[in-house]
Design a protein around this ligand. Sequence first.
Ligand SMILES: [Zn+2]
Length: 455
Amino acid sequence: MSTRSKSVPGAGGAAVPLAVLLRREVVGEKTAAERPELQSGLFSQAKKGEDFTFLKPDCERLPGVPSSSFSAFGLFDGHNGNAAAIYTKENLLNNILTAVPADLNRGDWLAALPRAMVAAFVKTDKDFQTKARSSGTTVTFVIIDGLVITVASVGDSRCVLEADGSIYHLSADHRFDASKEEVDRVTESGGDIGPLRCWPGGLCLSRSIGDQDVGEFIVPVPYVKQIKLSTAGGRLIISSDGVWDVLTAEVAFNCSQGLPPEAATEQIVKEAVQAKGLRDDTTCIVVDIITDKANLTTPLPKKQPGMGVFKNMFRKKTPSDSSSHTDREYMEPDIVEEIFEDGCAFLSRRLDCEYPVRNMFKLFICAICQVELKPSQGISVHEDSSQPGNLRRWDGPFLCQGCQEKKEAMEGKRRSRGRKIIHEDWYDMSILRSTLNCGPKTFIPVEVQPFLTPM
Ligand SMILES: [Zn+2]
């Protein structure tokens, strides 16, 4: 296992020597050609027929470009009918891809994925509301690109990873009996929570796609975690609560150890059903990420200078490591690393991360549904009808009116009357900022603020 040297030339300074950049490019190209092999299996025992799965190992980010390939796996545990689960299975991946600019390189695509998954979950939920009211679904959606795994989840299905002899939980449990934070959030947004469930509706989940009849505070904003495997690879188990109500992750991995994925899924479901009988739909997906350890080296997604995309990045096993970001860019430590984690339920925070530079030229697209906005139509995600006068409402990203209404409904705020929209002067200012080569979130100098008189 390689370790990080503390004596890399230039590690303490801002500039990265060209030789290092070139070497990194060579490694990057090599990685694109030598991706780990994935083997997957699926087994399900139905009780209500409301579990649905999505296994697509051969997706391409850029159609016709094999080096842009990735794999996607999803589990949708429906309730109160199967419409939400089916709709999400059919639309979520497309909504994720639509939320990422088409021309990104691999590093930028991986960096944009967590934000795109948040947007896609909310868009899928919003679109589904026009189809049906009374069903909902958990979603555990996994994208594997090389050794980087990105998981977005709402509800109580789980994705767990065994790698390098350890078990990692890559999803959150959005259940009222599992999170006081979620109980507080829903209560503050106007939800009425009885013993472990939200009323009306009797839902035990605090987040899902669908469930419009229960209330908008049952939000579709996912917990997202992104990690990079070591060159040893690993095994993922994605299962509905029919498995996790009975088995711990340790038991699930142990009982299926050494079995190929298909047999492993069957064994895990068998163990779960044997213990307490078939009380619920019980579904399991196993994905083995198999590497050629001798040849494979995957760099971390490259950080764009000054973009701050990976501000949450840290080495999981040595959180106290004080090495600089510049330092870590030289290194390829061969351990499981956490790249990104955020489970906050509030859109203004989840969409508020820096976005790749190309998006600066697409300021006037709704960050959720991707519709084009006229300069007078965009509403900042920082716009808050309960806090008028907030200067940040001039900052992007922006939402269309429909998505802004959804955001406020999810946060339990009344639909704002006389909503403030972006003044058209703002449009002129954004062009000025681009001309000055400032990012969209740069503070406006005091002397030009009079141009931005709020309406
Ligand atoms: Zn929108």
